[in-house]
Design a protein around this ligand. Sequence first.
Ligand code: COA
Length: 175
Amino acid sequence: MGFKHEPFILWKLPYYFFIRVCGLLAYLSILSYLTVWLHRLRGTKIGKGVFIGHYVGIDDVRPDLVELEDKVGITCGTLILTHRFDMTKYTPGMAAMDIPYEFAKVKIEEGAFIGHQCIILPGVTIGKGSIIGANSVVTSDIPPYSVAVGSPAKVKYRLFESPPKPNENVSLSEL
Ligand SMILES: CC(C)(COP(=O)(O)OP(=O)(O)OC[C@H]1O[C@@H](n2cnc3c(N)ncnc32)[C@H](O)[C@@H]1OP(=O)(O)O)[C@@H](O)C(=O)NCCC(=O)NCCS
């Protein structure tokens, strides 16, 4: 997925404050229903039956660039980022924290599961029904129905010999 730039806009400050407060409440919430509701309020696109555990962080600058499809599970302590430094703008004498950001979408497809304490980096798509092992750092796309682990996360094995057809319903209990 491509990265885009966005200038800092002063009149957006109340919006940034709002998404941070909602993000903090969602981070501490132990009721998944409330957590999902707060993240939707921040602009994150969240499908039906999604589970989000406590201490899950969704980007504090552009949470609206995250899409979680139906029946996605995200367990405690995971962080999903949609912004990163644009390293082409780093010049000598500049403080690293002053490097401008670039943004990209994160999409977690239907029925995928993210284990404890993972970090999902900007621009990544995690395929339908895939499982990410605990403490993994996902830096690139993960194909559907794969088990991926480690930092950077690599596909350990595929769950099915041939991928299911588009309308074939595969329940999580089969994985
Ligand atoms: C990812 C997962 C599904 C893999 O299950 P599995 O296929 O039964 O895994 P195994 O234990 O057989 O391990 C397979 C390989 O992956 C490695 N592996 C498993 N999880 C790993 C992880 N989180 N990080 C790095 N490597 C991992 C194992 O060391 C093993 O490697 P090897 O083949 O070189 O020996 C499982 O580890 C899991 O459920 N993780 C999520 C844990 C979690 O977040 N639980 C909270 C749920 S609410």
